[in-house]
Ligand binder design. Structure first.
Ligand code: GLV
Length: 388
């Protein structure tokens, strides 16, 4: 086992092990990738305040997210095609999350189906919902999440249209991969990935195949879905979906204080400040920059989480110090999963936990619950001075 000291170490192994098409799918932003890059570089602009002479012998990163106990407030974000990063990837990631005591979110665009994940894991998970125009399908999807005893749904609001990622088009991204000469040449160098993939039957979109009318070619599901995303999605429809579900709801993909106010007004249990990991509106501000204004607008009305750009425990600490009640990681755990399956997800969580715990302590805090703006140094113009 190589010595893994940080998330980047996992990423290096992941890159070697997983077919290029799926590495690129994970590691891209839309168009010029400006927002994708700034999601991480803006975290670097924030600094932590070192404090000394504090008894830090007893420490805790524990907390709650939507009323659920968590060992640290870092949920696994919904990620499409996770089961292509590693055979049975969703089940493995969900198991690692449950063992670590953090929530797992299953994507609508997963490879393993809701039922499959429920049957093969113990802890309840969250289910992410893409809103499609097909109302019957939406009702059935929500009923399936209820039957699987999911403890919350996460409604994604920032993907009515799919942002263009150049590499996905060039690679001909599909699940399972289409066997062109180019793909075959790359797959030939990824034999460990391939051998595991051959041992599972879970190789196409489990929540859609067999559940959607007229779908003959599972590999074309990506294209099918993007044509069927609900362009009419508005607050009224979101409210309808929330009522259809009737349980805890997290609204994900909010990047503006006015939208945050609407989400709070609808009675969401939590919102996720997110630009979809820089995969949607290229040119949007980073999530961490938008967190402050959104906290000011709704921080006392709804739990605010942050995703997009977190690659370390220090990043988690900065987001919490800025006021977030929780965070989500996507790429950071996918690197681990692609690198070494369930063990890799555990390693990613352990790495982030260790960084979070030690950095918190070096800021003179014993409990994450006590962390506030006091430990954060924010450049004066961090939120930017934008006209209009
Ligand atoms: C879907 O959520 C994607 O970002 O590809």
């Amino acid at each position: 086992m190589p010595v893994i000291t940080c998330i980047d170490d996992l990423k290096r192994i992941y890159r070697r092990r997983v077919p290029k098409m799926f590495y690129d799918y994970c590691e891209s932003g839309s168009w010029t990738e400006q927002t994708f890059r700034e999601n991480t570089s803006d975290f670097d602009l924030l600094r932590l305040r070192q404090r000394v002479a504090v008894d830090i012998s007893e420490r805790s990163t524990a907390g709650q997210m939507i009323g659920q106990d968590v060992s640290m407030p870092v949920a696994l974000a919904p990620v499409g095609l996770t089961g292509m990063q590693h055979a049975d990837g969703e089940i493995k990631a969900a198991r690692a999350a449950a063992e670590f005591g953090v929530p797992y979110t299953l994507s609508t665009m997963s490879i393993c189906s809701i039922e499959d994940v429920a049957e093969n894991t113990e802890a309840p998970f969250w289910f992410q919902v893409y809103t499609l125009t097909d109302d019957d399908y939406m009702r059935r999807l929500i009923d399936r999440a209820k039957a699987a005893k999911c403890s919350a749904i996460v409604i994604t609001l920032d993907l009515q249209l799919l942002g263009q990622r150049h590499k996905d088009l060039k690679n001909g991204l599909s699940a399972p991969p289409k066997l062109t000469p180019k793909t075959l040449a790359n797959l030939a160098t990824k034999w460990a990935w391939g051998l595991e993939m051959l041992q599972t039957q879970r190789r196409s979109f489990g929540n859609l195949v067999g559940h959607v009318e007229g779908l003959e070619d599972p590999a074309s599901l990506g294209a099918w879905t993007s044509q069927n995303f609900d362009l009419t999605l508005d607050w009224k429809r979101i409210e309808t979906l929330m009522n259809m579900w009737g349980g805890k709801v997290i609204l994900k993909g909010i990047l503006d204080a006015e939208d945050a106010k609407m989400a709070a007004k609808l009675g969401a249990d939590a919102i996720v400040v997110s630009n979809h990991g820089g995969r949607q509106l290229d040119g949007a501000l980073s999530s961490i920059r938008m967190l402050g204004p959104i906290m000011d607008a709704v921080g006392d009305q709804v739990e605010v989480y942050l995703d997009s750009g977190i690659r370390s425990g220090q990043d988690v600490l900065k987001a919490m110090a800025m006021g977030a009640k929780g965070t989500m990681i996507g790429r950071a755990y996918v690197y681990g999963l692609g690198a070494m399956g369930q063990k890799g997800v555990t390693k990613a969580l352990e790495t982030i936990h260790k960084e979070l715990d030690m950095s918190m302590a070096l800021c003179g805090k014993r409990r994450l619950a006590d962390v506030d703006r006091d430990i954060l140094l924010v450049p004066e113009d961090f939120e930017g001075r934008w006209q209009g």
